[in-house]
Design a binder for this molecule. Structure first.
Ligand code: SAJ
Length: 454
């Protein structure tokens, strides 16, 4: 049997948050998996069954896995399917950066053989497979896509930290240049995935699915972030309004305002469509405006810090401000596009003495404990809703000589902090302390009142 007739041999290129779970799943389902990554340390760790990043499921699967990790592209020749899971970031001007994908495809093109199936899982805008990937594969391999080898796109849907949805049960969509590639790709995913595997009309439609999924999320987050900015002028608690709207059993989907939108998906993917459409004559005003609103949120958060300092007539220069959280979302160690980093940058540009602490990113934190971080801070900002921070009590702040809090994730019960004399600002929960003092004799409705008001 020639190498590439052995349909069990899979190469996964890129062993990060997307590629490693996929490689481990294919291995668990009986495929012979070769993982290819240019990071020698990551390759060494994986071959030692040591997880290269914090993830409980990965740690368990890696313990019993038989996958072989390597930096040698030649190993592709032993396989019949090559799956590309390399990053597709944006650069500092928010323009798509396809270099990692192009580099990987160039190496793959040197080693694919007849009947090879190449699957791109990296998130890309419509048109990339046909206008970027195919030309590279054909020009270097000398073969013709859809005839000598096959190409499909199955956008990744990994959700780091999700306890319910994982690489095995998340439904997938698959598109290809033609029917044989589509059938082969669907057969592969059905051999490892328990969720639905939907065949798309074309490879372009498959590319568009992931982009619109995440653009949908970005515009909905921008919607509530705009409400948060508006309601902070109107004395309306946006989270209470969202809770109220969520009682509608249909046609409403709750999203929540925050200090910003981070990660390698949501704040990135819309730019791929914006750029591609612009190059083809259409200007996505709505997607662009949503990105603009979400990118404003770190500055909006810093403005709340300045307002609290104004209340206590403290200048920001050389004043200790603590930022809790560096990661872009709760209970992960990933800081890509994290709004916390933007908040820190803005505060430092204003001359503040910024102290940071993230229990999941200790190597990048300036403080090594929560207590050390909070001690004598004039303002504490919660930038990430890690479980550890959701346990912070008013008394904890008081014990550490801190009296002002900006809850960038609206993750604490504000009334408890206000009742304890802590100056609290949330995102879209702005309290005008002047008005608060004037109305001090009016007892704010407490959550207890609400619970027992019937
Ligand atoms: N965020 C808000 N408000 C929200 C939801 C999120 O400000 O209502 C912020 C988060 O704080 C974070 C950023 O947006 O900084 C992204 O959060 P996310 O929950 O969307 O997490 P991601 O980036 O891991 O998104 C992934 C995506 N999955 C894939 O692309 C495969 C996304 O499609 C999922 O919807 C999302 O997980 C999810 O639902 O958890």
């Amino acid at each position: 049997m020639t190498n590439n007739q052995n349909s069990k041999n899979i190469a996964v290129v890129g062993l990060g948050y997307v590629g490693l779970p996929l490689a481990l799943l294919a291995d668990k389902k009986g495929h012979n998996v070769i993982g290819i990554d240019q990071d020698k340390r990551k390759v060494m760790l994986i071959n030692e069954h040591i997880p290269p990043f914090a993830d409980e499921k990965i740690t368990n699967l890696l313990r019993e896995s038989c996958i072989e990790a390597t930096t040698e592209w030649e190993r592709i020749q032993e396989t019949s399917i090559v799956i590309v899971c390399v990053p597709t970031p944006v650069n500092s001007n928010h323009m798509p950066d396809l270099e990692p994908l192009k580099n990987a495809v160039e190496f793959i093109a040197q080693h694919i053989q007849k009947k090879h199936l190449v699957i791109i899982e990296s998130t890309i805008n419509p048109g990339v497979c046909e206008s970027v990937v195919v030309p590279i594969l054909e020009s270097i391999s000398g073969m013709t896509a859809g005839i000598d080898f096959y190409l499909a796109h199955c956008p990744e849907r990994i959700n780091p930290g999700d306890k319910k949805w994982n690489v095995e049960n998340i439904p997938r969509v698959v598109g290809s240049l033609e029917s044989i590639g589509l059938k082969k790709a669907i057969a592969f995913y059905k051999s490892i995935i328990s969720g639905e595997v939907k065949a798309m009309k074309s490879i372009k439609e498959a590319e568009a699915v992931k982009i619109i999924e995440n653009s949908f999320r970005d515009v909905n987050i921008a919607f509530v972030n705009e409400l948060a900015q508006s309601f902070s002028h109107l004395g309306i608690d946006v989270e209470n309004v969202i809770e109220g709207a969520s009682t509608k059993p249909f046609a409403f989907m709750a999203h929540h305002p925050s200090c910003g939108v981070g990660g390698h998906c949501i704040p990135v993917d819309p730019y791929y469509l914006i750029d591609y459409a612009k190059r083809n004559g259409y200007n996505h005003r709505f997607l662009s405006l949503a990105r603009e609103i979400n990118n404003e949120m770190p500055k909006f958060t810093v403005n709340l810090v300045e307002e609290l300092l104004d209340e206590i007539e403290m200048p920001i220069k050389d004043t200790k401000i603590t930022v809790l959280g560096l990661a872009y979302k709760p209970n992960v160690d990933d800081c890509r596009e994290s709004p916390a980093l933007e908040i820190i940058k803005e505060l430092e540009e204003l001359g503040a003495n910024v102290v940071t602490y993230d229990p999941h990113v200790k190597n990048k934190s300036t403080a090594q404990t929560l207590e050390e971080a909070v001690e004598n801070a004039y303002v504490v900002v919660i930038a990430t809703a890690h479980d550890e921070f959701k346990k912070i009590t008013p008394q904890f702040l008081i014990d550490h000589n801190t009296s002002s809090l900006v809850d960038g994730q609206n993750c604490l019960r504000e009334q408890e902090f206000i009742d304890a004399g802590i100056m609290y600002e949330g995102i879209g929960k702005h309290y005008n302390y002047h008005k608060q003092h004037d109305n001090s004799q009016i007892q704010a409705v407490s959550s207890a009142d609400i619970e027992h008001s019937y």
